[in-house]
Design a protein around this ligand. Structure first.
Ligand code: HSE
Length: 449
């Protein structure tokens, strides 16, 4: 059978990795797919870069629409990124009857509903393994390997840049700003690192995992997102003393609301720094590596670990999608694995809960005047709110010096689970105490048990 023909839009780091791995492993891949897979056309605005990456024998153009218009192309790989031109081109490729492979998490997290609907209507596949956690086959695991399970929760380190920064902060006791500069110098962080450090990239990925896990539409706009820019070295140190590590986690959880308390069922979808017990395997994931923990009712806890970015790790995921499409393209569209794991007519309308309704436990750090009764007042507010304390750590008072008239100290409190709205109210009350001298630091905590 003649090889399946692939057109590539954008040949940067991942595109050239895809070309190279496909070429290097072509015999193995053909034995697996049942048919050869060849990139025969590449579009890139920088045609010289494209030509250098693919050599002779591949058609190189500077117009992506020429690839989409080519009737010989069966699959279009979109590696342009962003949500503007990439969206237009993906929809045009679908309309032209091409299957699409993309690594574009932002595109699918924001416009996935429209794109998957267009693909279903046209009977083509949109595959996106590379969009979440790079080389880790987490989409395949959630959509197929764990298909027997009612998924209960997913928690992942799904951004390598921030995990590298947090690892360095912990290892070396450095502040965020210093480590960010180091990460940029080493090429781990972009010149504009906003998407990574503000948690947006992780939220795109968490949104996709949430949709696949629970059979709900992609709802990036409902995700709660908090990055790592405000994390202090002191909190990382205190967390460690209490037996925890701080990681930026993407979390999505099925929540059964307590009707007696007026709570609705729903889904939690959130990205924020999080204390996790140091003894959990995921707490030991260091540097730019990614890891995802999935809790299913039948299988229990499973953990997926690997490189979340990079040329060939991401190419590994892109090519897995090419092989899947090659195997399935002649199948009746209704008998293929659904884009979001659940049949489109069987999606749930379970709502993403507002952050105020999320239930979790907390780390609080209060900078207080070292005066009689401060701790009693603080713990009294928590008791009054019905928030149970798990542990308290009080540092020795700092020596009084300079303009300070009273000694100051840090009080660190770990709580048991409570609903976020209750904690917000308690923090506001504690903040109003004259002995609480600085804004209270609050970091959420997950046992991941
Ligand atoms: N910038 C991402 C990260 C990789 O740092 O993990 C691509 O999503």
């Amino acid at each position: 059978m003649k090889p399946i023909q692939v057109g590539l839009l954008g040949i940067g780091v991942v595109g050239s990795g895809t070309f190279n791995v496909l070429k290097r492993n072509q015999e193995e891949i053909k034995r697996r797919a049942g048919r050869g897979i060849e990139i025969t056309m590449v579009a890139d605005l920088d045609t010289a870069r494209a030509r250098a990456a693919v050599g002779e024998g591949v058609q190189v153009v500077n117009d992506a629409r020429a690839v989409i218009a080519n009737p010989d192309i069966d699959i279009v790989i979109e590696l342009i990124g962003g949500t503007n031109i990439a969206k237009t081109l993906v929809l045009e490729a679908i309309a032209a009857g091409k299957h699409v492979v993309t690594a574009n998490k932002a595109l699918l997290a924001v416009h996935g509903t429209e794109i998957f609907a267009a693909a279903s209507a046209r009977g083509v596949m949109v595959a996106f393994e590379a969009a979440v956690a790079g080389g880790i086959p987490i989409i395949k695991a959630l959509r197929e390997g764990l298909t027997a399970n009612r998924i209960q929760w997913i928690a992942g380190i799904i951004n390598g840049t921030t995990n590298f920064i947090l690892s360095e902060m912990r290892d070396k006791g450095l502040d965020f700003g210093v480590v960010l500069k180091e990460a940029q110098a080493l090429g781990y962080a972009e010149a504009d690192p906003t998407f990574d450090i503000e948690g947006i990239d992780a939220a795109h990925k968490a949104t996709l995992m949430s949709a696949i896990a629970f059979g709900v539409p992609v709802q990036f706009d409902k995700a709660y997102i908090e990055g790592i820019t405000k994390l202090g070295a002191a909190d990382i140190k205190y967390a460690e003393q209490l037996g925890y590590r701080i990681k930026l986690l993407g979390i999505t959880k099925r929540r059964q609301g307590d009707a007696n308390q007026g709570q609705a069922d729903g889904i939690e979808l959130r990205v924020h720094p999080c204390l996790i017990p140091a003894k959990r395997l995921i707490a030991k994931v260091e540097g730019a590596m990614n890891a995802v923990v999935v809790q299913g009712d039948a299988v229990g806890t499973t953990l997926y670990y690997g490189k979340g970015a990079g040329s060939e790790p991401t190419a590994s995921a892109v090519i897995a999608d090419l092989v899947d499409i090659t195997r399935l393209q002649s199948a009746d569209p209704h008998h293929r694995v659904p884009h979001l794991a659940f049949q489109p007519n069987a999606m749930s309308d379970l709502k993403v809960l507002p952050m105020s309704a999320v239930v979790t436990s907390y780390y609080l750090r209060l900078r207080v005047a070292d005066e009689t009764g401060v701790l009693a007042k603080v713990t009294g507010i928590l008791a009054e709110a019905g928030i149970s304390i798990d542990a308290v750590l009080q540092r020795e008072a700092d020596e009084v010096s300079g303009s300070a008239r009273v000694a100051q100290t840090d009080v660190i409190i770990l709580t048991h689970d409570c609903v976020e709205a209750k904690m917000n109210a308690a923090i506001a009350q504690m903040q109003a105490l004259p002995s609480v001298l600085e804004p209270i630091t609050r970091i959420r905590k997950e046992e991941l048990a």
